[in-house]
Design a protein around this ligand. Structure first.
Ligand code: SF4
Length: 555
């Protein structure tokens, strides 16, 4: 664990002003204004680890304090999962304890999406031994396991930490996993390798009690790829590779992005930072969030609301004047990416002459045995490095030219395609009703079935098309950023019966000169059974009507 610096909020304490009612610490408002703020004040979420190790894992599920169970355990990547058999119509009606199963989802953070063969093998073994073989690659580059018993958590931590992995602050009101370009350090077209900045930011911030009580979750990303491959616009802070005309390669700073019910595209603060400055700025932005962030209402607590109120100029000024105590250099915006696909799937030459192979599990769902086999395949083909992507996909790095084709064939035998259809490549799904307590509908199995159906109906289609499926109004699978976003809800079928279905959002796009969220198509709801028919119709119309080379978002 990192150092325990005192919270500098006290230094920044202001007289109570007109924003006092938002609960910002920086204006002296330390009285908790909701139940979440209260449990965070009562005890730091990081402290629950000791209780898990010494009490809960020995005395069992029923011994867990409710404030730990539904609150602080998230600080160590643990969420109770949904009790099987409860349908989506009951999600909003039942009390939290009625939805809780006595098993947990465990999120393993994979900062930068970077894994060694040994690390992946360890996760695969843990999945098989403790998680009934479950494993999902998430759209934030993490790996999630299910069916975890509290009794097994200390042993799981011991094994993860033995290979340099952790679940520290994988969930909760804390700095979550730091996204990174899946091709950091290897891509031939890279502007700058962000890996050292991710490592230094992680070292200073993750597990540090100075940053373990934030108003809400804090999402971050660092990429020096010109493909803009980390969805930087929807993170609380993001560092995007740019080449400054005088200062050289560095990063453009973005703040205040986020999805869920009030989605906002992040804004540039117009500053260029060198690789050595990233951790300072990262720490400064987290500190602003801790000190000035809104703590009154949970649904107005993300950094995006403060940024929207302040604007980028004031945000930069506070960052420079109160936290960095120096001015930042001005810098240029990143250029729009030229590539048609930006997901790193397929075979690509690295700057050292070797190759990386990106491949696609369906909607991020794998299993422990498959993870172990992927680790074995990487090792057998001369690689010790793997990466996860923000599209729920994976890469094996450092493959020699002779080993590329044998590796592709071996992956294919596992059902993992390096030349996937556009639908397998472009479809993501959140956890959904199988395990998530907030879910209203099924997502993963439906997403996998949808891919197979669209591959059968539209075998020639080969254009970038993102189809993102959420199980509820939250946005864990980024529905607002997709070409076709599907928000799970209960709808009426043609006979008037209430069935699982989706509200459709169309035309979302990131990393274009005009990034935009998809439009909610008023009244356009499809039942789960109609989904393939609907998407087939949209795709066929797109193919007929679009101008040459026109992407879906512009159509
Ligand atoms: Fe659960 Fe909703 Fe997030 Fe899906 S979008 S994982 S259903 S909270």
């Amino acid at each position: 664990m990192a150092d325990t610096a005192p919270r500098p909020a006290a230094q920044n304490r202001r007289k109570a002003g007109r924003h006092r009612g938002e609960g910002q610490w920086a204006v002296g408002h330390f009285t908790p204004l909701n139940a979440n703020e209260q449990f965070k004040k009562d005890d730091d979420g990081l402290n629950v680890r000791t209780r898990i190790e010494t009490i809960y894992s020995k005395a069992g599920f029923d011994s867990i304090d409710p404030a730990d169970l539904r609150g602080r355990m998230r600080w160590w990547g643990l969420y109770t999962q949904r009790k099987p058999g409860i349908d989506g119509g009951k999600t909003a009606i039942l009390e939290p304890h009625e939805l809780d199963d006595e098993y947990f989802m465990l999120r393993v953070r994979v900062d930068g999406g970077q894994l060694s063969v040994q690390q992946l093998r360890t996760i695969g073994e843990i999945s098989q031994e403790f998680a009934r073989g479950t494993a999902d690659i998430t759209d934030r580059q993490n790996i999630q396991l299910h069916w975890i018993r509290i009794e097994d958590v200390p042993e799981i931590w011991r094994r993860l930490e033995g290979v340099g992995l952790s679940t520290t602050e994988a969930c909760g009101d804390v700095p979550r996993v730091i996204l990174g370009s899946p091709v950091a350090g290897i891509a031939a077209d890279e502007i700058i390798d962000g890996t050292p900045a991710i490592e230094e930011s992680h070292r200073r911030i993750v597990g540090n009690p100075a940053f373990s009580n934030l108003p809400r979750k804090f999402k971050s990303a660092v990429s020096g790829s010109p493909l803009l491959d980390i969805a930087h616009e929807i993170n609380d802070v993001a560092f995007v590779g740019v080449d400054h005309p005088e200062l050289g390669p560095g990063f453009d700073v973005w703040v205040g992005g986020g999805l869920s019910t009030n989605p906002k595209i992040g804004v540039r603060i117009g500053a260029w930072v060198s690789i050595d400055e990233v951790a300072d700025v990262f720490e400064g932005v987290v500190s602003i969030f801790r000190d000035y962030g809104y703590r009154r209402l949970r649904n107005r607590a993300r950094l995006k609301f403060l940024v929207a109120d302040w604007g980028p100029e004031k945000f930069r000024q506070v960052l420079e004047d109160e936290y960095l105590l120096r001015k930042l250099n001005d810098g240029p915006a990143p250029a729009a990416p030229l590539a048609k696909w930006r997901d790193h799937i397929g075979v690509h030459q690295q700057k050292d002459g070797r190759y990386y192979v990106g491949f696609a599990p369906k909607v991020g769902r794998v299993d422990g045995t498959t993870l172990s086999k992927i680790a074995d395949l990487a090792a057998e083909h001369g690689s010790d490095r793997l990466r996860t992507t923000v599209e729920q996909k994976m890469l094996i790095l450092d493959v020699t030219e002779e080993q590329v084709q044998p590796l592709i064939e071996a992956l294919d035998a596992l059902g993992l395609q390096a030349k996937p259809s556009a639908f397998r490549r472009g479809t993501m799904a959140c956890t959904g009703i199988e395990f998530c307590k907030l879910a209203i509908v099924e997502t993963k199995a439906r997403g996998a079935a949808l891919i197979e159906e669209l591959e059968r109906r539209l075998p020639e289609f080969d254009e970038p098309l993102s189809i993102n499926i959420n199980g509820c109004p939250n946005s864990c699978a980024r529905i607002q950023t997709a070409d076709i976003g599907l928000k799970g809800q209960l709808v009426r079928d043609k006979d008037g019966n209430q069935v699982e279905g989706y509200q459709v959002h169309l035309g979302g796009a990131l990393a274009m000169e005009d990034s935009t969220f998809g439009r909610k198509v008023r009244g356009l709801k499809v039942t789960a059974d109609e989904l393939a028919d609907y998407i087939e119709r949209v795709v066929r119309r797109f193919e007929e009507q679009r101008a040459d080379g026109e992407p879906f978002a512009k159509w």
